[in-house]
Design a protein around this ligand. Structure first.
Ligand code: HSE
Length: 404
């Protein structure tokens, strides 16, 4: 019997209990042993619920019970998750978590601790919810040098951008709707400002290159400045706007960023809509491969967590090698990152185009249906620093969005 303790009985934690109970037979067949949830830790009471008899309020009961093999954490946040993770691993238990904040900040330390104790620290659900991407990176894409990772890593923002694109609505209206539907948090800052996607691309990039990226070093821009007028231009150009978490290797350096991008239908991520996530990984031998599916939600996320439980149960007493050292991965300077930009300016093409081409070189001009008193253009490929200095001199500039 494999004994599991679940920390936190919120959306994901209750999903984990449900997956283990619904798929009891499948798990038993795959592991060759039965999985039982011995404890659920939560501060709240759940009278009358199926977990009433296994509910505990103190972590000590769990960590000091030698029968508990695997601790599942679905609480989120750094405290007390970090101390619970350390204590669990120090007691030789495996720790499976969906907590991207914990993984992005303490991944290398907790992996090392797990290795010292012949246990495992697994975090499949921390990126892409239910989509298998961490294990494929660790165990399948091992013959390749990873050249690029580009993902729609946040379901809430993808829902908002998809709805703005399809229905012509403005950001605030769609955010309110997303909150009412329970997709966006009451405090949606981590999603809409790109912080959630930033932690996720930091985790993926650290695993791809085996060294630690400090997520605070990643240039991060959210979607709060994207307007319904931007989508009118995007529609005119046959494009959509997506929030990307990206990293790529160029001239021996790794560049990483989170920002909204305008993409056309030649990009496989073009069709990733609503709350779904998609992650494109480019290998030097494999070329492109894409992971697609439910990036959030109770049962998809719980499914990924329980897949970690299965992996931990199958490797009881031995550590599955995951390479992510504490050594810092040096990031290339953001100012040297190159790409194209879509720019909107106030005024008329006749009046401003000469000045604009004088600054940016040749550009492609666009006029959106029903939008007057301004126009848009797409630049050629240029460095972030070059763009910034041209943008400073550009008269009447309203906004800019990166283009791929
Ligand atoms: N808030 C996250 C999202 C949850 O919207 O994708 C899953 O990490």
């Amino acid at each position: 019997m494999i004994h599991v303790a679940v920390l936190g009985y919120g959306t994901v934690g209750s999903g984990v209990v449900e997956v283990i109970s619904t798929n009891r037979e499948e798990l038993k067949n795959r592991i060759g042993d039965e999985v039982q949830v011995k404890y659920v830790l939560d501060l709240r009471e759940f009278p009358g619920s199926s977990i009433e008899k296994i509910l505990v309020h103190d972590f000590e009961t769990i960590v000091n019970d030698d029968e508990v093999d695997i601790v599942v954490e679905a609480m989120g946040g750094l405290n007390p998750a970090y101390s619970f993770a350390k204590a669990s691993l120090e007691h030789g238990k495996s720790y499976c978590t969906s907590n991207k904040e914990l993984v992005a900040k303490y991944g290398p330390e907790l992996l090392k601790l797990a290795e010292e104790k012949n246990s495992n620290f697994f975090f499949e659900a921390s990126v892409g919810g239910g989509i298998p991407v961490i294990r494929p990176l660790n165990e399948c894409l091992t013959a390749d040098k990873i050249l690029e990772i580009c993902g729609i890593l946040n379901g809430t923002t993808n829902y908002i951008l998809t709805k703005m694109s399809r229905e012509g609505l403005d950001f605030d209206t769609v955010l309110k709707e997303a909150q009412e539907l329970g997709y966006a948090e009451r405090n949606p800052e981590a999603d809409v400002e790109g912080y959630d996607a930033c932690r996720k691309i930091a985790i993926l990039t650290s695993l791809a290159y085996g060294k630690h990226i400090d997520f605070e070093d990643i240039y991060t821009e959210g979607i709060t400045k994207i307007t319904d007028v931007d989508f009118k231009y995007a529609a005119k150009m046959g494009r959509v706007i997506k929030l990307f978490g990206k990293s790529r290797q160029e001239n021996g350096k790794t560049y990483a960023m989170v920002a909204p991008f305008m993409i056309d239908e030649s990009n496989p991520l073009y069709s990733v809509n609503g709350v779904l996530n998609g992650i494109l990984v480019k290998g030097n031998m494999l070329g492109d491969t894409m992971f697609y599916g439910s990036g959030a939600g109770k049962l998809p996320t719980a499914s990924a967590v329980v897949s970690d439980v299965v992996e931990a149960a199958k490797h009881k007493g031995e550590t599955v090698r995951q390479i992510w050292s504490a050594q810092k991965l040096e990031l290339g300077e953001f100012k040297d990152y190159t790409g194209k930009f879509f720019v909107r300016v106030k005024g008329s093409e006749d009046e401003l185009l000469e000045e604009i081409t004088g600054l940016f070189g040749n550009v492609e001009v666009f006029h959106a249906d029903g939008v007057t008193g301004e126009f848009g253009f797409i630049t050629g490929s240029m460095k972030e620093s070059e763009f910034a200095s041209c943008a400073e001199k550009c008269r009447g500039m309203i906004t800019r969005i990166r283009v791929e």
